[in-house]
Design a protein around this ligand. Structure first.
Ligand SMILES: *Cc1c(COP(=O)(O)O)cnc(C)c1O
Length: 459
């Protein structure tokens, strides 16, 4: 029998949550234009909107805040952070940024010439935005299994390396500005990328002299999957795996709001002096002097300590274990989810959940709204609302392959009893799924529309 384990921490401070009634929630979500981004956080019971910036810090991180050195240049917390990143990531040059997208801005300005392609497994939405704003063309080359919600492939974030090489040959290496490997692959469910795949992606890129960067927001979770699923890594430490993984690339961007175990911040790292020098110039105009880059000294201290905690094996086992716990509960009630469950959340397959609602009527949004009204749980649509795009030539809507609803789990914040409430609520909705109706959009912004769109339910 498997030994029962519990959280590898105990609770020292608690944050009460406001409870609400179904009637109140019906009113609130209507006022928010049926978009959960428009809700006040107080109107939410269990907030699974995102795992970004929502982590609970440890007592050691909170203690670190008191050691913040708020000097403009050369504060000690920067040097602590730099040493930690060098130790875990192996990149010599470390630049803090205000958050992940600050680092993306720097990366895309350095590497992209207008009209060139950026190849990757699946580019995150803010990354796509930055690539396009710099005149680049983002190309997703994830393996086919990565787009099949029922495939049991252990590394569904892998890049299709053959496809990548033919793309390079077809368009010419000069037309590729860089390759970006997102670990774990957020857009298809926090799915990991294997070490073998990382290695061969980097080998092909280097054959054509194309730089490789990592989007390392969830690097530790990816390393944990390598350790537990890939042959030859079962006895390596998370740090050893991270060091090997990053050694194949030229640098990384990171949103420290995920595996940094802090609430804000980001990083730009590289092994090359020339790239670092360009990055510093951009940092000074967009982020701040290179020893703070938009972060307070105390925040860098918390990040440095968070990075040391996130690579601890018991932490990761508990973290990934909680996500799998929720996934199993949903499976037990036949709710269709993406399998295997990824690193930072459970993704519900809205196409199988609501086969009668076409993508043009936002089936994912229908689930999100129903779960909020039912249980006060906030999650997010990652399907038509987030990713559908108009074809620039024909004006026709191109719908994403995957129509998902993400239940993202904040790190160290909720207990498994909260997960029980989530699973129960969603299973209830699934049992009466025939009552759900689609939505139409009544307002949308030209880019990243899902954050501010307003919807109306269809009759
Ligand atoms: C969150 C995230 C980003 C952007 O980082 P921010 O800190 O939100 O600006 C980029 N890539 C991935 C994979 C992310 O998860």
């Amino acid at each position: 029998m498997k030994k029962i384990t519990a959280e590898p921490y105990r609770i020292k401070v608690v944050e009460p949550i406001k409870m609400s009634t179904r009637e109140e929630r019906e009113q609130w979500i209507r006022d928010a234009g049926y978009n959960v981004f428009g809700l006040k956080a107080e109107q939410v019971y269990i907030d699974l909107l995102t795992d970004s910036g929502t982590s609970a810090m440890s007592d050691n991180q909170w203690a670190g805040l008191m050691l913040g050195d708020e000097s403009y240049a050369g504060c000690r917390n920067f040097y602590n952070l730099e040493a930690t990143v060098q130790d875990i990531f192996g990149f010599k040059y470390v630049l803090p940024t205000h958050q992940g997208r600050g680092a993306e801005n720097i990366m895309t300005q350095i590497f992209i010439k207008p009209g060139t392609y950026v190849l990757g497994n699946m580019h995150f939405d803010s990354t796509r935005g930055h690539i396009k704003l710099k005149g680049g063309i983002p190309v997703d080359l994830v393996i086919d299994e990565g787009l099949d919600p029922q495939s049991q492939h252990p590394f569904k974030g892998n890049i299709n390396v053959e496809k990548m090489e033919s793309f390079i040959k077809e368009h010419g290496p000069d037309k590729i500005s860089f390759v970006l490997i997102t670990v774990t692959c957020n857009n298809n469910g926090g799915q990991p990328v294997s070490m073998v795949n990382i290695k061969s992606t980097c080998e092909v890129a280097s054959k054509y002299n194309i730089p490789v960067m990592f989007d390392a927001a969830r690097f530790a979770e990816n390393c944990y999957f390598i350790r537990t699923r890939e042959k030859g890594y079962e006895n390596k430490s998370i740090k050893e795996i991270a060091r090997e993984m990053f050694s194949y690339g030229d640098g990384c961007v990171m949103s420290s709001k995920k595996d940094g175990l802090v609430n804000i911040g980001g990083l730009f790292c590289t092994k090359h002096k020339e790239i670092y020098e360009q990055a510093i110039q951009l940092s000074i105009v967009y982020e701040g002097f290179p020893t703070y880059g938009g972060q307070a000294g105390r925040d860098m201290e918390a990040l440095s300590r968070g990075l040391q905690e996130v690579i601890q094996e018991p932490y990761l086992a508990d973290r990934i274990g909680q996500v799998q716990y929720l996934g199993q509960k949903l499976k037990d009630r036949n709710v269709p989810i993406v399998e295997p469950v990824g690193g930072h959340g459970v993704y519900v397959d809205a196409k199988r959940f609501l086969p009668n609602i076409p993508q043009s009527q936002f089936p994912g949004q229908a689930i999100v709204v129903a779960l909020y009204i039912n249980s006060g749980v906030r999650c997010v649509e990652l399907g038509t609302s987030a990713f559908a795009e108009k074809d620039e030539k024909t004006g026709e809507m191109i719908y994403p392959d995957l129509e998902l609803v993400r239940l993202a789990i904040p790190r160290r914040v909720y207990t498994n009893r909260h997960m029980d409430v989530v699973a129960e609520g969603l299973a209830d909705i699934y049992d009466r799924r025939h009552e759900l109706k689609g939505f139409k959009i009544v307002y949308e912004a030209p880019v990243l529309r899902h954050f501010t769109a307003r919807f109306e339910p269809l009759k």
